[in-house]
Design a protein around this ligand. Structure first.
Ligand code: ACO
Length: 329
């Protein structure tokens, strides 16, 4: 089996920025509350004319350019998203059209905020098996469209964005993903959901009146789950790869809440300098947080070729995923 290598990365955040001061005019909140309870200072919000595939397009173009791959040669597109342009077709197919791709296999992965790592693991299998030679993998979400701006506990958390990775399998390539663990705690399906708009509760006057087209979240339970699963997964990953926590150069956590990240980091006695943070600027961009955060650290020259990195995510489901990777760019 040929190694699966990372060849390009791309990023997109919409232009419009909503600060905590802006939020003080929308809901009954303060910059102080949002900062101390979440770590978020601002978030980028998609323009009304933009859909998730538009954000994905910008990030994809950049990643493909760096990888030197013509969209026409793309063989596989996998998009982790919870905010597809419409129920169907998938963001991946709409993106293929916008990119001018030829006939790639293209589909979305619905794993909440874990969508990017779930997508990465699916794409890796197609490349490892030799079925395809290249893949475009994204985390892309306009999750703010589903945030209830009359609910101060959830609306302040989210932002929009997209991150893209291009992977290839080549005999001479360097293995990017060294290990990956994913799962789902199905007893948490009621902890984080968007109740209406699907086959169970199609859109109706009632669903709109009852505000069922917005995210519902049991914040405390998701918080507890996230801290616990982060600790458990990191320990398992280290153990089965026979490495010590000090051997890891970077931890790219899902950017949901600074207190979740710090809670897990404290339990594991992680050095703060190794923990990547972008939520202060971008908020929780759902499945896009990890690729966007990594891109930002890479762009600023902080990541070095050969660094050992852990990516870790959790989301609606309740899903979770962790990957050990060797940074190649
Ligand atoms: N501004 C001011 N006060 C607020 C706000 C706000 N934006 N939001 C909630 N409050 C109030 C509440 O009304 C409550 O007031 P009360 O005591 O008078 O009833 C008080 O603050 C405490 O509320 P809690 O819900 O207990 O606040 P908590 O400390 O749990 O923080 C939060 C809420 C930030 C949502 C937290 O639970 C959390 O981060 N949970 C993790 C879930 C998460 O991050 N989800 C992100 C999306 S899911 C994902 O990415 C997988």
């Amino acid at each position: 089996m040929s190694p699966v290598a990372l060849k390009g990365i791309g990023f997109y955040a919409p232009e419009k920025i909503l600060t905590n001061a802006d939020f003080e005019k929308i809901v009954d909140t303060t910059d102080e509350w949002i900062t101390t309870r979440t770590g978020i200072k601002s978030r980028h919000i998609a323009h009304p004319t933009q859909a998730t595939s538009d954000l994905a397009l910008e990030a994809s173009r950049e990643a493909l350019k760096q990888a030197n791959i013509d969209p026409k040669d793309l063989e596989l597109i996998v998009v982790g998203t919870s905010s597809s342009d419409m129920l169907f077709p998938s963001v991946a197919c709409l993106l293929a059209e916008k990119l001018g791709a030829a006939t790639p296999m293209a589909f979305d992965v619905a794993a909440g905020c874990s969508g990017f790592l779930y997508s990465l693991s699916v794409a890796e299998q197609f490349l490892k098996s030799g079925m395809y030679k290249n893949a475009l993998v994204l985390g892309a979400d306009i999750i703010t469209r589903f945030a209830d701006y009359s609910d101060r506990a959830t609306s302040v958390l989210f932002g929009d964005g997209a991150g893209a990775f291009v992977l290839t399998n080549e005999e001479q390539g360097e293995e990017f993903i060294l290990d990956l663990i994913s799962g789902c705690d199905p007893y948490g399906t009621d902890k984080l959901l968007l109740p209406a708009g699907g086959s169970k509760l199609p859109a109706s006057h009632d669903t709109v009146e009852q505000r069922l087209h917005f995210i519902e979240m049991n914040g405390k339970e998701v918080f507890r789950f996230a801290v616990k699963i982060s600790e458990t997964l990191i320990k398992e990953l280290l153990e089965r790869n026979h490495i010590e926590i000090e051997d890891i150069d970077w931890f790219a956590f899902h950017q949901a809440n600074i207190r979740i990240i710090e809670g897990a980091a404290d339990r594991l006695k992680l050095s703060k300098e190794k923990v990547m943070i972008s939520l202060d600027e971008y908020g929780n961009t759902s499945s896009a947080t990890v690729p966007m955060t990594i891109y930002e650290y890479w762009r600023k020259g902080r990541l070095k070729k050969g660094d050992l990195m852990v990516m870790i995510v959790f989301g609606a489901g309740l899903t979770y995923s962790i990957a050990l990777v060797r940074w190649p760019l």
